[in-house]
Design a protein around this ligand. Structure first.
Ligand code: ADP
Ligand code: MG
Length: 627
């Protein structure tokens, strides 16, 4: 007998098959992954509960890359093998990116003139491969959290990214084993997170102050489509500059000491911490022990901090003003969306509110808002929403065209056209008897090809010999939902045809991508094992380093001979395990040593509290408590 499932009236007859989809904010400083679960978007944390993955990858080990905070910890020891801010290099040629590379002190390979490739101990790496490592780490995190393979991802890109930069981002995602449902503009994602797409129409300013960059975008919502009216900003202004302002103040207060690079990095970290505290506190203490020989504590009030950063925040307003003018907006905007960790700074919020004359939206965590919007979009695209939900459309950020006689750029698809789109235009030959035509595809708003971005070249051959102007060549531009372009040229008389999918001039070739993908499948299991080992070694090593310096300082005073002997023996055991290949063994031993040294750590804490209180009478303590 066959038992049939019969649904209650009005209920869905089939169990709803929910697909696993994610939204990814691949940021310059930090990256995040989010998903929609039970109808609600959430950012997915790592095993330690942190949501933000620093976009930093270290390649110093023999066994695969280390991504995130662990990579930052390795940066002091392996500066050249620790790559940060690689997003700045995505889809850019070497000449174009050389200044940025010098500033970041990266060594670039000379083997390929056109492409940016970083030299590391793990060999030459392209920005696409480094980004793929970041994306892979987020994919692993999502698969663990969601309990299975990801069906599709929406990855965000800055609104000003051109074809080459978008293609590079998509390549990185493919390389990381992600199926890209769509690339989405970051400001559009932020607007989506706030559900601004549900209103009829409106003008939205998205103010994004991140770690190293400032972006301002003006969007117009019209019939379910977000149109980017204008973008602007400052590629060299962000939270890092606020940190530097604090660090410079410390240097000035302490008589401009000469710091070693490692000490300066420590000072920067200290400044960053103080800055972040000042978003919620009225003052922050900077403890200079270990940075300056004489140590000391400096206290920074929020008022003084605001004075220090005022000029930087003012600079963002210049870009806002220009962007509003470019958008051709006389009147104000309907909404302001705040994006980026640095918009937590109260002065930033107040300054933006007074500039636009209205309160910005800040309810959604500004670090998370882009990933959340991307997750909502991914959930729709993967098919988890009931039919009828509006699909968000996007627009082409910069006009696409081809080069014609005299180095002029002829636009085939103007900017802000909604995608997907297909447009054709007819061209003819310039010379008598011309049998081949070189098609040069460009992107940009300027009239001269020299001022536009060159995307690709291809040749159409087999044009019958005719007098100039007689041939009819139809060039079709087709842009898919990700904003990626395919161009075809067809000679109408002979029917000869050529087409290219526009790969960026500075991207990877198809063969390179296929090769890397194959390699990543073949080595997936090995890579995973290697990564685990590397991670276990790293945390073991960190514990050992910490313990060594603690023992040096307090080992003789706080431990008796017996205790000391036990800890020493376990440390030696961990050291020799780290030399080996047994990840699980290292993990267990790290745990054992961690537990064994807990009592020692507690004693050290008690001791430092005692020292701090020494000489303070109980009355004084009461006074302080009463304050
Ligand atoms: P990106 O988009 O460039 O990857 P994020 O949006 O993650 O960067 O912003 C990172 C910046 O935000 C860093 O400079 C960090 O110090 C800053 N930030 C994070 N939290 C706070 C806070 N509470 N107050 C001030 N700045 C913060
Ligand atoms: Mg960002």
């Amino acid at each position: 007998m066959v038992l049939l499932n019969i649904a209650e009236p009005g209920q869905s007859p089939l169990p709803h098959q929910v697909k696993r989809s994610v939204g990814i904010d691949l940021g310059t400083t930090n990256s995040l992954v989010a998903t929609v679960q039970g109808g609600r978007p959430n950012v997915l944390p790592d095993s330690q509960g942190g949501c933000v993955l620093p976009s930093v990858v270290n390649y110093s080990g023999d066994h695969g890359p280390v991504v995130g905070s662990a990579a930052i910890d390795l940066a002091v020891r392996y500066p050249a093998d620790t790559l940060m801010s690689v997003k700045r290099f995505m889809g850019r040629g070497k000449a174009d990116a050389a200044a940025d590379a010098t500033r970041a002190r990266y060594r670039l390979s000379d083997s390929d003139q056109g492409l940016v490739r970083f030299l590391t101990s793990a060999g030459e790496l392209s920005p696409v491969e480094v980004s793929a490592d970041i994306l892979r780490s987020l994919r692993d995190r999502a698969e663990t959290a969601l309990g299975g393979d990801i069906d599709g991802a929406v990855v965000t890109v800055p609104a000003y990214f051109d074809e080459a930069q978008r293609q590079a981002t998509k390549d990185a995602a493919t390389l990381a084993g992600l199926k890209v449902l769509r690339l989405l503009n970051e400001p559009t994602a932020a607007a989506l997170a706030y559900g601004l797409d549900s209103s009829e129409q409106g003008v939205i300013a998205v103010y994004d102050l991140g770690g190293g960059t400032f972006d301002i975008s003006i969007l117009r919502l019209h019939q379910g489509v977000f149109e980017v009216l204008s973008t602007g900003g400052d590629a060299a202004l962000g939270g890092d500059d606020l940190d530097a302002a604090v660090a410079n103040w410390v240097l000035q207060k302490t008589g401009e000491p000469d710091l070693a690079p490692g000490e300066y990095r420590q000072l920067q970290a200290l400044a960053r911490e103080a800055k972040e505290q000042l978003s919620t506190q009225s003052s922050a203490d900077l403890d200079l022990a270990g940075i300056l020989p004489e140590g000391g504590v400096l206290s920074l009030s929020r008022n003084l901090f605001e004075e220090l950063i005022q000029p930087l925040i003012k600079r963002t307003l210049l870009a806002c003003r220009r962007c509003l003018r470019d958008a051709g907006l006389g009147a104000g905007v309907d909404n302001i969306v705040m994006v980026g960790g640095s918009t937590r700074v109260p002065l930033v919020r107040a300054t933006v509110a007074s500039f636009f004359g209205r309160e910005p939206l800040i309810d959604i965590d500004p670090d998370q808002v882009v990933a959340i919007g991307a997750a909502i979009q991914a959930d729709i695209l993967v098919g988890n929403r009931p039919q009828g939900d509006l699909l968000l459309l996007d627009v082409i950020p910069l006009s696409l065209g081809i080069e014609t006689m005299g180095g002029l750029a002829e636009k085939v698809i103007p900017r802000n056209t909604t995608i997907p789109v297909s447009r054709a235009q007819e061209f003819t030959t310039a010379r008598d008897g011309q049998t081949a035509l070189s098609v040069h595809i460009v992107q940009g708003e300027r009239e001269m090809v020299a001022d536009c971005r060159s995307l690709a070249h291809f040749e159409l051959r087999g044009i019958p010999s005719m007098v100039a102007g007689a041939a009819r060549i139809r060039v079709t531009f087709q842009v898919d939902a990700d904003g990626l372009l395919e161009v075809a040229a067809r000679e109408e008389i002979t029917g000869s045809e050529t087409s290219v999918t526009v790969k960026p001039s500075f991207g990877l070739t198809d063969e390179q991508i296929t090769g890397m993908l194959q390699a990543s499948f073949e080595y997936a299991e090995e890579d995973k094992v290697a990564r685990q080992l590397a991670e276990c070694r790293l945390s073991g090593w960190q514990l050992l380093e910490g313990l060594k310096s603690a023992l040096l300082a307090d080992g003789d005073v706080l431990l008796d001979a017996n205790e000391r002997q036990v800890i020493d023996a376990q440390m030696t055991a961990l050291e020799s395990l780290i030399e080996g290949e047994d990840a699980e063994g290292i993990r267990v031993q790290t745990e054992i040593l961690g537990r064994l040294s807990e009592a020692f750590a507690t004693r050290r804490m008690d001791k430092s509290v005692r020292e701090a209180l020494a000489g303070v009478s109980l009355d004084e303590l009461d006074d302080e408590a009463a304050e």
